[in-house]
Design a protein around this ligand. Structure first.
Ligand SMILES: [Zn+2]
Length: 508
C-alpha cells in the first residue's frame, strides 16, 4: 500500500547535459530522468520537482541549478536530491560549497549511478573522495569546452582581442578589433603619467580617475581601487594583451607607449614592496587567533631580537600567554604535518579513486570503441567508392563530393576520439595528482621562507585559535579530510574528531 503523501520522503531530481554530450548515447536528459525516477520509486520518494539544465560550453550560467538551490532553501521539507553522478551536479568547487552547506543543514544527495549517498552523517573519507571527484568533474568539463577555447586562441593569434573590450576601448562587431575611445583613452594615459611621479597612492589615483569621469564599463559606477590597479597592469593599453597565460600582440591602436607602461610597473612594484615590508614583517601575524577571546594574535619584538605573539585584548583583558615565534613555528609545522598520510593509506585511496571511476572509464571505452568502428566503416566506403570510380560506375564529380563528405566525417570522429582518450586519462590522474601534491606540504614547510610559510598555512588552514600553546585548528577542504584520514586506524574513522568543525565545538 502507498503511504500517505505527507509521510513520504520528498525529493527533487536534477539532470544536466552539455550540448556536446547530447550527441552521444547514454548522456541524454531522458535517460538520466528515467534512471532517477526508477530510483525514486524504489525508495518510495515523492518527486516534488524536476530541474534540467542543457548548456553549451560557451554559456556560463546554469539557470535550473540556481533555481533548484533557491527552491531547496525555501522548502526545508525537501530532504533529498537525486542526480545521476557527481559531474552532473557540480561544475566547480563553488557549486560544491553551495551544496555542501545544504547537506550540513540536513539535505541528502543521492548519486544514483555511483551508489553513493551523501548526508550529514557521511564518513569523512567518503566526503574526501567525493571532494576529489568534484575537482575532477571540473576537469572533465574543461576537456569538453576545449574546442571553444581553441577558437578563441586562434582569434588571439590573429591579434584580435577575444573578449569584451576593457575600458578605453569598445568592440567593433564588423572588424572584430578594439576601437579606441578617445576621451577614456586620454584619461587613462593621464593616470599613468600621474602614477609614475610616485606622488600618487592608488586611492589618490582613483580620485583622479573619478574626476576625469572614468566609469566602470558594466556597472557604470566609479572605478574601485582594484579596477584602477588592473588598468595600470593591463598591457592592452600599449598594444599587447594576455590570453590564457600568454601575451599576444594586438592589432588595435595603443593608448600609451611601452616605456610608460614599464615605468608604471616599476612604480607598482616599489609600492608593493614598501607596503609588504610594513605589513608582514612577522611571519605569523594575522594567521592565529586567541583561543580565549577570539581576538587576533599580533607580534611584537622584545629587546630588539625576540619576537612574541600576544592577544591584542581588544575585547578586554585576556589570560592568553605570550608565545615565542619559535614555538609557534614548531606548532605550525606540526599542524601541516597532520595532513600527511601513510603510504599504505595513500595506496588504498588511489585504488578507491580508480574503482570509483570504473564506470566513467567504461563509458569512454565504449564510446572509443564505437567511434573506431564508425571510422573503419567510413574507410571501407571510401575504398569501395574509389573502386567504383575506377570502374566508371560513378561520375568523377559524384566521387569527389562523396569523398569530401566522408573525409570530413572521419575528421570529426578522430577529433572526438582524442577528447574521449584525454578524458579517460586525466579524470583519475588529476585526482591522484592533487592527492600527492598535498603530501609534499610538510617537507616543503620545513624548508620554506617566512613568506612561503604564510602561504602554506593560509592554504591548509581555514583558521586556527591558540589556547596558550595548544592549537585548535580548522582545516580547509580537502585538507580536513586528509587530517581525519591520517588519524584512521585500520580504516576506521575516529569518532572524536572532525577537524573541519573543530573550532565551533571548541568555542561552544
Ligand atoms: Zn585573547
Amino acid at each position: 500500500m502507498v503511504p500517505p503523501v505527507e509521510m513520504m520522503n520528498k525529493t527533487v531530481l536534477y539532470a544536466r547535459v552539455s550540448s556536446k554530450e547530447q550527441q552521444e548515447d547514454g548522456f541524454s536528459i531522458p535517460a538520466q530522468l528515467k534512471l532517477l525516477k526508477e530510483y525514486a520509486a524504489k525508495q518510495g520518494f515523492q518527486i516534488a520537482r524536476e530541474f534540467v539544465d542543457v548548456e553549451t560550453a560557451k554559456q556560463e550560467g546554469r539557470t535550473s541549478f540556481g533555481q533548484m538551490i533557491g527552491f531547496l532553501k525555501e522548502s526545508p521539507s525537501i530532504q533529498n536530491v537525486l542526480v545521476e553522478k557527481t559531474d552532473r551536479l557540480y561544475r566547480n568547487f563553488r557549486d560544491y560549497v553551495t551544496v555542501d552547506d545544504l547537506i550540513a543543514n540536513g539535505l541528502t544527495i543521492h548519486l544514483v549511478k555511483e551508489s553513493e549517498i551523501l548526508g550529514q552523517n557521511s564518513k569523512s573519507h567518503q566526503k574526501f573522495i567525493h571532494g576529489i571527484k568534484v575537482l575532477m568533474a571540473k576537469n572533465y568539463i574543461d576537456n569538453l569546452s576545449e574546442e571553444v577555447k581553441k577558437g578563441m586562441q586562434e582569434k588571439a593569434e590573429q591579434g584580435e582581442y577575444p573578449s569584451t573590450a576593457p575600458i578605453g576601448f569598445r568592440n567593433d562587431a564588423v572588424t572584430h578589433l578594439l576601437v579606441l575611445q578617445e576621451e577614456e583613452g586620454l584619461a587613462i594615459k593621464r593616470l599613468c603619467e600621474l602614477f609614475i611621479t610616485g606622488n600618487y597612492s592608488l586611492n589618490r589615483l582613483r580620485q583622479a580617475g573619478i574626476d576625469a569621469g572614468l566609469r566602470g564599463r558594466v556597472s557604470g559606477r566609479s572605478l574601485s581601487r582594484s579596477e584602477i590597479e588592473r588598468i595600470l597592469k593591463n598591457p592592452i593599453y600599449y598594444g599587447a594583451f594576455w590570453w590564457k597565460g600568454r601575451l599576444y600582440q594586438g592589432k588595435h591602436t595603443p593608448i600609451i607607449s611601452k616605456e610608460l607602461f614599464d615605468l608604471v610597473q616599476r612604480t607598482l612594484a616599489d609600492r608593493h614592496r614598501a607596503t609588504r615590508a610594513k605589513r608582514h614583517s612577522f611571519t605569523f601575524s594575522g594567521i592565529f587567533r586567541c583561543g580565549y577571546c577570539g581576538c587576533t594574535l599580533s607580534a611584537e619584538r622584545h629587546k630588539g631580537k625576540y619576537v612574541y605573539y600576544r592577544c591584542t585584548q581588544s575585547r578586554g583583558p585576556c589570560q592568553q600567554r605570550f608565545l615565542k615565534e619559535e614555538l609557534i613555528d614548531e606548532i605550525a609545522a606540526g599542524l601541516v604535518k597532520r595532513i600527511q598520510l601513510e603510504e599504505s593509506l595513500l595506496d588504498w585511496l588511489r585504488e578507491t579513486l580508480r574503482q570509483s571511476h570504473a564506470d566513467e572509464q567504461a563509458f569512454h571505452d565504449a564510446q572509443i570503441e564505437a567511434l573506431e568502428e564508425k571510422e573503419k566503416a567510413i574507410q571501407r566506403r571510401l575504398d569501395q567508392i574509389y573502386i567504383d570510380k575506377l570502374d566508371s560506375k560513378i561520375t568523377e564529380e559524384f566521387w569527389r563530393q562523396k569523398t569530401d563528405e566522408w573525409r570530413a566525417e572521419q575528421d570529426e570522429i578522430r577529433r572526438r576520439l582524442v577528447l574521449h582518450r584525454q578524458a579517460n586519462r586525466s579524470y583519475i590522474e588529476e585526482g591522484v595528482k592533487i592527492l600527492e601534491l598535498t603530501q609534499h606540504a610538510p617537507a616543503f614547510y620545513l624548508r620554506a621562507t617566512p613568506e612561503e610559510k604564510r602561504e602554506i598555512l593560509k592554504t591548509v588552514l581555514s583558521n586556527c585559535a591558540m589556547k596558550d600553546a595548544t592549537p585548535i585548528p580548522v582545516y580547509n577542504k580537502p585538507f580536513c579530510w586528509l587530517v581525519d584520514l591520517a588519524g584512521l586506524e585500520g580504516m576506521r574513522p575516529r569518532r572524536d574528531s572532525n577537524p573541519c568543525r573543530g573550532l565551533e565545538r571548541a568555542v561552544s
